[in-house]
Design a protein around this ligand. Structure first.
Ligand SMILES: O=C(O)CCC(=O)C(=O)O
Ligand SMILES: [Fe+2]
Length: 330
Protein backbone atom coordinates (compact mmCIF):
# COMPACT_ATOMS: atom_id res chain seq x y z
CA UNK A 1 0.00 0.00 0.00
CA UNK A 2 1.40 3.43 -0.95
CA UNK A 3 1.85 6.14 1.67
CA UNK A 4 -1.02 8.19 0.30
CA UNK A 5 -3.51 5.31 0.53
CA UNK A 6 -2.37 4.53 4.04
CA UNK A 7 -2.96 8.13 5.05
CA UNK A 8 -6.46 8.11 3.58
CA UNK A 9 -7.30 4.87 5.35
CA UNK A 10 -6.12 6.34 8.65
CA UNK A 11 -8.29 9.41 8.13
CA UNK A 12 -11.34 7.22 7.59
CA UNK A 13 -10.69 5.22 10.70
CA UNK A 14 -10.25 8.42 12.68
CA UNK A 15 -13.56 9.75 11.32
CA UNK A 16 -15.38 6.60 12.35
CA UNK A 17 -14.42 6.75 16.00
CA UNK A 18 -15.94 9.68 17.78
CA UNK A 19 -14.56 10.45 21.22
CA UNK A 20 -16.71 8.92 23.94
CA UNK A 21 -17.75 10.94 26.99
CA UNK A 22 -18.54 8.52 29.82
CA UNK A 23 -21.54 9.40 31.97
CA UNK A 24 -21.03 10.19 35.63
CA UNK A 25 -21.87 7.23 37.89
CA UNK A 26 -23.00 7.34 41.50
CA UNK A 27 -23.51 4.52 43.97
CA UNK A 28 -26.09 4.60 46.73
CA UNK A 29 -27.30 8.19 46.33
CA UNK A 30 -29.95 9.47 48.71
CA UNK A 31 -33.00 11.46 47.59
CA UNK A 32 -31.43 14.59 49.07
CA UNK A 33 -28.14 14.10 47.23
CA UNK A 34 -29.96 13.46 43.95
CA UNK A 35 -32.17 16.52 44.32
CA UNK A 36 -29.42 18.88 45.46
CA UNK A 37 -26.32 17.76 43.57
CA UNK A 38 -27.41 15.83 40.48
CA UNK A 39 -30.87 16.85 39.30
CA UNK A 40 -30.23 20.61 38.91
CA UNK A 41 -27.38 19.94 36.43
CA UNK A 42 -29.88 18.44 33.90
CA UNK A 43 -27.33 15.91 32.72
CA UNK A 44 -27.78 12.15 32.39
CA UNK A 45 -26.18 10.02 35.12
CA UNK A 46 -26.05 6.35 36.07
CA UNK A 47 -27.32 5.53 39.56
CA UNK A 48 -26.13 2.24 41.04
CA UNK A 49 -27.05 0.34 44.17
CA UNK A 50 -30.61 1.66 44.52
CA UNK A 51 -32.98 -0.85 46.15
CA UNK A 52 -35.40 -1.67 43.34
CA UNK A 53 -37.35 -4.27 45.31
CA UNK A 54 -37.81 -8.00 44.65
CA UNK A 55 -37.84 -7.62 40.82
CA UNK A 56 -34.05 -7.85 40.45
CA UNK A 57 -34.04 -11.37 41.93
CA UNK A 58 -37.50 -12.52 40.85
CA UNK A 59 -37.86 -11.51 37.20
CA UNK A 60 -36.48 -14.60 35.49
CA UNK A 61 -37.95 -15.67 32.17
CA UNK A 62 -39.94 -18.47 33.83
CA UNK A 63 -41.33 -16.17 36.52
CA UNK A 64 -42.38 -13.50 34.02
CA UNK A 65 -44.10 -16.10 31.86
CA UNK A 66 -46.06 -17.43 34.79
CA UNK A 67 -46.86 -14.07 36.46
CA UNK A 68 -47.97 -12.11 33.38
CA UNK A 69 -49.49 -15.07 31.59
CA UNK A 70 -51.53 -14.68 28.46
CA UNK A 71 -52.15 -10.95 28.52
CA UNK A 72 -51.85 -9.73 24.92
CA UNK A 73 -49.07 -7.28 24.07
CA UNK A 74 -48.26 -5.44 20.87
CA UNK A 75 -44.59 -5.81 20.01
CA UNK A 76 -42.06 -4.77 17.37
CA UNK A 77 -40.67 -7.71 15.40
CA UNK A 78 -37.55 -6.99 13.35
CA UNK A 79 -35.63 -9.13 10.87
CA UNK A 80 -32.44 -7.19 11.63
CA UNK A 81 -31.15 -6.11 15.05
CA UNK A 82 -30.93 -2.43 14.10
CA UNK A 83 -34.50 -1.15 13.86
CA UNK A 84 -34.98 1.34 11.02
CA UNK A 85 -37.96 3.71 11.15
CA UNK A 86 -37.09 5.05 7.68
CA UNK A 87 -37.19 1.77 5.73
CA UNK A 88 -39.55 0.21 8.33
CA UNK A 89 -37.64 -3.07 8.68
CA UNK A 90 -39.96 -4.18 11.48
CA UNK A 91 -43.61 -5.10 11.87
CA UNK A 92 -46.07 -4.82 14.76
CA UNK A 93 -47.55 -8.06 15.97
CA UNK A 94 -49.76 -9.00 18.92
CA UNK A 95 -48.71 -11.95 21.07
CA UNK A 96 -49.65 -13.33 24.48
CA UNK A 97 -47.07 -11.98 26.96
CA UNK A 98 -45.75 -15.47 27.79
CA UNK A 99 -45.10 -16.31 24.12
CA UNK A 100 -43.45 -12.92 23.58
CA UNK A 101 -41.09 -13.35 26.57
CA UNK A 102 -40.09 -16.85 25.49
CA UNK A 103 -39.30 -15.63 21.97
CA UNK A 104 -37.45 -12.50 23.10
CA UNK A 105 -35.26 -14.64 25.37
CA UNK A 106 -34.32 -17.19 22.68
CA UNK A 107 -31.94 -16.58 19.75
CA UNK A 108 -33.60 -18.95 17.26
CA UNK A 109 -37.33 -19.51 17.01
CA UNK A 110 -39.29 -22.53 15.85
CA UNK A 111 -42.36 -20.34 15.33
CA UNK A 112 -41.76 -16.88 13.89
CA UNK A 113 -43.21 -14.09 11.69
CA UNK A 114 -40.30 -13.11 9.41
CA UNK A 115 -37.24 -15.24 10.09
CA UNK A 116 -35.98 -17.75 12.61
CA UNK A 117 -33.60 -15.23 14.19
CA UNK A 118 -35.97 -12.22 14.25
CA UNK A 119 -35.71 -9.82 17.23
CA UNK A 120 -38.49 -8.68 19.54
CA UNK A 121 -39.12 -5.44 21.42
CA UNK A 122 -41.89 -4.48 23.82
CA UNK A 123 -42.71 -0.93 24.83
CA UNK A 124 -45.82 -1.56 26.92
CA UNK A 125 -48.92 0.56 26.35
CA UNK A 126 -52.07 1.52 28.25
CA UNK A 127 -55.19 -0.61 27.85
CA UNK A 128 -56.55 1.74 25.18
CA UNK A 129 -53.26 3.07 23.74
CA UNK A 130 -54.93 6.18 22.32
CA UNK A 131 -56.31 7.30 25.68
CA UNK A 132 -54.62 5.31 28.43
CA UNK A 133 -51.14 5.67 29.79
CA UNK A 134 -48.82 2.71 30.40
CA UNK A 135 -49.03 1.74 34.07
CA UNK A 136 -47.35 -1.52 35.11
CA UNK A 137 -49.49 -1.86 38.23
CA UNK A 138 -52.65 -1.71 36.14
CA UNK A 139 -51.58 -3.76 33.13
CA UNK A 140 -49.41 -6.29 35.01
CA UNK A 141 -50.80 -6.33 38.57
CA UNK A 142 -48.76 -9.35 39.68
CA UNK A 143 -45.49 -7.71 38.58
CA UNK A 144 -46.18 -4.07 39.45
CA UNK A 145 -45.54 -4.55 43.17
CA UNK A 146 -42.17 -6.25 42.55
CA UNK A 147 -40.51 -3.03 41.45
CA UNK A 148 -39.87 -0.07 43.72
CA UNK A 149 -39.62 3.17 41.81
CA UNK A 150 -36.82 5.42 43.17
CA UNK A 151 -38.58 8.07 45.27
CA UNK A 152 -36.54 10.95 43.91
CA UNK A 153 -39.50 12.96 42.61
CA UNK A 154 -42.97 13.70 44.01
CA UNK A 155 -45.40 10.80 43.54
CA UNK A 156 -48.11 13.10 42.13
CA UNK A 157 -45.81 13.90 39.22
CA UNK A 158 -45.54 10.28 38.05
CA UNK A 159 -46.77 9.99 34.46
CA UNK A 160 -46.16 6.40 33.32
CA UNK A 161 -44.38 3.15 34.08
CA UNK A 162 -43.42 1.32 30.89
CA UNK A 163 -42.03 -2.17 30.25
CA UNK A 164 -38.99 -2.21 27.91
CA UNK A 165 -38.24 -5.83 27.08
CA UNK A 166 -35.92 -6.73 24.23
CA UNK A 167 -34.10 -9.54 22.48
CA UNK A 168 -30.31 -9.69 22.66
CA UNK A 169 -28.77 -7.43 20.02
CA UNK A 170 -31.78 -5.21 19.39
CA UNK A 171 -31.05 -1.53 18.83
CA UNK A 172 -33.62 1.23 19.26
CA UNK A 173 -33.07 4.40 17.20
CA UNK A 174 -31.91 7.68 18.71
CA UNK A 175 -34.85 9.77 19.96
CA UNK A 176 -35.86 12.23 22.62
CA UNK A 177 -38.79 12.27 25.04
CA UNK A 178 -40.27 15.39 26.65
CA UNK A 179 -40.39 14.25 30.30
CA UNK A 180 -37.72 13.43 32.85
CA UNK A 181 -37.07 9.71 32.94
CA UNK A 182 -35.58 6.97 35.08
CA UNK A 183 -34.69 4.00 32.89
CA UNK A 184 -34.51 1.12 35.35
CA UNK A 185 -32.59 -1.86 33.99
CA UNK A 186 -33.93 -4.79 35.98
CA UNK A 187 -32.18 -7.64 34.15
CA UNK A 188 -29.73 -7.82 31.22
CA UNK A 189 -27.01 -5.48 30.04
CA UNK A 190 -27.52 -2.61 27.59
CA UNK A 191 -25.44 0.10 25.98
CA UNK A 192 -26.93 3.59 25.92
CA UNK A 193 -25.47 6.35 23.73
CA UNK A 194 -26.74 9.85 24.47
CA UNK A 195 -26.56 13.29 22.87
CA UNK A 196 -27.24 16.66 24.41
CA UNK A 197 -30.36 18.59 23.27
CA UNK A 198 -27.88 21.25 22.27
CA UNK A 199 -26.48 18.95 19.58
CA UNK A 200 -29.88 18.58 17.89
CA UNK A 201 -28.60 20.50 14.80
CA UNK A 202 -26.14 17.66 14.10
CA UNK A 203 -28.55 14.74 14.44
CA UNK A 204 -30.58 14.94 11.21
CA UNK A 205 -33.90 14.83 13.01
CA UNK A 206 -37.14 13.53 11.62
CA UNK A 207 -39.67 14.48 14.31
CA UNK A 208 -38.41 13.09 17.62
CA UNK A 209 -35.98 10.62 15.97
CA UNK A 210 -32.52 10.85 14.38
CA UNK A 211 -32.05 9.56 10.84
CA UNK A 212 -28.49 8.52 11.73
CA UNK A 213 -29.34 4.94 12.62
CA UNK A 214 -25.88 3.46 12.89
CA UNK A 215 -24.37 5.63 15.61
CA UNK A 216 -21.39 3.27 16.00
CA UNK A 217 -20.34 3.43 12.32
CA UNK A 218 -22.07 6.52 10.99
CA UNK A 219 -22.06 7.34 7.29
CA UNK A 220 -20.25 10.69 7.47
CA UNK A 221 -20.58 11.24 3.75
CA UNK A 222 -24.32 11.28 4.11
CA UNK A 223 -24.37 12.87 7.59
CA UNK A 224 -21.28 15.11 7.80
CA UNK A 225 -22.57 17.25 10.69
CA UNK A 226 -23.01 14.16 12.85
CA UNK A 227 -19.25 14.26 13.48
CA UNK A 228 -19.89 17.33 15.66
CA UNK A 229 -22.36 15.58 17.96
CA UNK A 230 -20.76 14.75 21.31
CA UNK A 231 -21.22 11.07 22.12
CA UNK A 232 -22.04 10.33 25.76
CA UNK A 233 -22.16 6.68 26.68
CA UNK A 234 -22.87 4.24 29.48
CA UNK A 235 -23.20 0.51 29.97
CA UNK A 236 -26.21 -0.33 32.11
CA UNK A 237 -25.98 -3.52 34.15
CA UNK A 238 -28.87 -5.28 35.85
CA UNK A 239 -29.95 -3.14 38.80
CA UNK A 240 -28.71 0.17 37.35
CA UNK A 241 -30.90 3.23 36.85
CA UNK A 242 -30.18 5.80 34.14
CA UNK A 243 -31.52 9.31 34.69
CA UNK A 244 -32.37 10.74 31.26
CA UNK A 245 -33.37 14.41 31.50
CA UNK A 246 -36.15 15.53 29.14
CA UNK A 247 -34.91 16.30 25.59
CA UNK A 248 -31.66 14.29 25.92
CA UNK A 249 -31.37 11.97 22.92
CA UNK A 250 -30.79 8.29 23.61
CA UNK A 251 -29.96 5.23 21.51
CA UNK A 252 -30.28 1.88 23.22
CA UNK A 253 -28.69 -1.47 22.32
CA UNK A 254 -29.50 -4.54 24.40
CA UNK A 255 -26.41 -6.69 24.68
CA UNK A 256 -28.46 -9.48 26.27
CA UNK A 257 -32.14 -10.31 26.62
CA UNK A 258 -33.25 -7.84 29.24
CA UNK A 259 -36.18 -6.40 31.12
CA UNK A 260 -36.30 -2.70 31.82
CA UNK A 261 -38.95 -0.39 33.19
CA UNK A 262 -38.90 3.29 32.44
CA UNK A 263 -40.64 5.90 34.54
CA UNK A 264 -41.60 9.25 33.07
CA UNK A 265 -42.56 12.10 35.37
CA UNK A 266 -43.91 15.58 34.74
CA UNK A 267 -41.25 17.85 36.15
CA UNK A 268 -43.02 20.93 34.73
CA UNK A 269 -46.52 22.17 35.67
CA UNK A 270 -49.00 19.74 34.14
CA UNK A 271 -50.57 22.44 31.84
CA UNK A 272 -47.30 22.59 29.87
CA UNK A 273 -47.73 19.13 28.39
CA UNK A 274 -49.81 18.14 25.38
CA UNK A 275 -53.04 16.71 26.78
CA UNK A 276 -53.21 14.03 24.10
CA UNK A 277 -49.73 12.69 24.87
CA UNK A 278 -49.94 9.10 26.10
CA UNK A 279 -46.26 8.24 25.36
CA UNK A 280 -44.34 11.11 26.97
CA UNK A 281 -42.92 12.20 23.63
CA UNK A 282 -45.24 14.86 22.20
CA UNK A 283 -43.69 18.31 22.13
CA UNK A 284 -44.85 20.69 24.86
CA UNK A 285 -48.06 22.56 24.02
CA UNK A 286 -46.31 25.95 23.67
CA UNK A 287 -43.54 24.44 21.50
CA UNK A 288 -46.08 23.00 19.06
CA UNK A 289 -47.94 26.32 18.93
CA UNK A 290 -44.72 28.23 18.27
CA UNK A 291 -43.79 25.85 15.44
CA UNK A 292 -47.23 26.39 13.85
CA UNK A 293 -46.88 30.15 14.09
CA UNK A 294 -43.39 29.96 12.57
CA UNK A 295 -44.80 27.95 9.66
CA UNK A 296 -47.28 30.77 9.08
CA UNK A 297 -44.47 33.34 9.16
CA UNK A 298 -42.53 31.27 6.60
CA UNK A 299 -45.62 31.13 4.35
CA UNK A 300 -45.79 34.92 4.58
CA UNK A 301 -42.14 35.23 3.51
CA UNK A 302 -43.09 33.31 0.37
CA UNK A 303 -44.89 36.49 -0.78
CA UNK A 304 -41.50 38.18 -1.23
CA UNK A 305 -39.12 37.94 -4.19
CA UNK A 306 -36.19 35.55 -3.53
CA UNK A 307 -33.65 38.29 -2.76
CA UNK A 308 -35.88 39.74 -0.03
CA UNK A 309 -36.97 36.36 1.32
CA UNK A 310 -33.31 35.39 1.77
CA UNK A 311 -32.50 38.71 3.50
CA UNK A 312 -35.41 38.61 5.96
CA UNK A 313 -34.94 34.87 6.49
CA UNK A 314 -31.35 35.46 7.63
CA UNK A 315 -32.39 38.32 9.87
CA UNK A 316 -35.11 36.18 11.43
CA UNK A 317 -32.58 33.42 12.18
CA UNK A 318 -30.41 35.94 14.04
CA UNK A 319 -33.43 37.30 15.88
CA UNK A 320 -34.49 33.79 16.97
CA UNK A 321 -30.94 33.03 18.16
CA UNK A 322 -30.74 36.25 20.13
CA UNK A 323 -34.16 35.79 21.71
CA UNK A 324 -34.08 32.07 22.51
CA UNK A 325 -30.57 30.65 22.95
CA UNK A 326 -29.65 30.04 26.55
CA UNK A 327 -26.22 31.07 27.73
CA UNK A 328 -26.22 29.15 31.00
CA UNK A 329 -26.41 25.77 29.32
CA UNK A 330 -23.47 23.56 28.40
O1 LIG B 1 -34.39 0.85 27.12
C1 LIG B 1 -35.08 0.92 26.11
O2 LIG B 1 -35.41 -0.06 25.48
C2 LIG B 1 -35.53 2.26 25.61
C3 LIG B 1 -35.67 3.24 26.70
C4 LIG B 1 -36.27 4.54 26.29
O3 LIG B 1 -36.32 4.94 25.16
C5 LIG B 1 -36.81 5.39 27.37
O4 LIG B 1 -36.76 4.99 28.54
O5 LIG B 1 -37.30 6.49 27.06
FE1 LIG C 1 -37.01 7.07 25.17
Amino acid sequence: MGEKELEIEHQEVAMERQPVIPLAQYTGVTREFFLQEIYPLRKPVVLRGIDLGPCTAKWTVDYLIQAAGKKEVKVHVAAEPQMDFLSKNFVYRTLPFDVFVKRAAEAKHTEYFISEDEKYYLRSLGDDPRKDIADLRKQFPLLGDDIWIPEYFDKEKLFSTVFRISSAGLQLWTHYDVMDNFLIQVTGRKQVVLYSPRDAPYLYLSGTKSEVLDVDRPDFKRYPLFAKARRYECLLEAGDVLFIPALWFHNVTSEEFGVGVNVFWKHLPSECYDKTDTYGNKDLAAASRAVQILDRALKTLEELPEEYKDFYGRRMVLHIQKKTYSTNYE
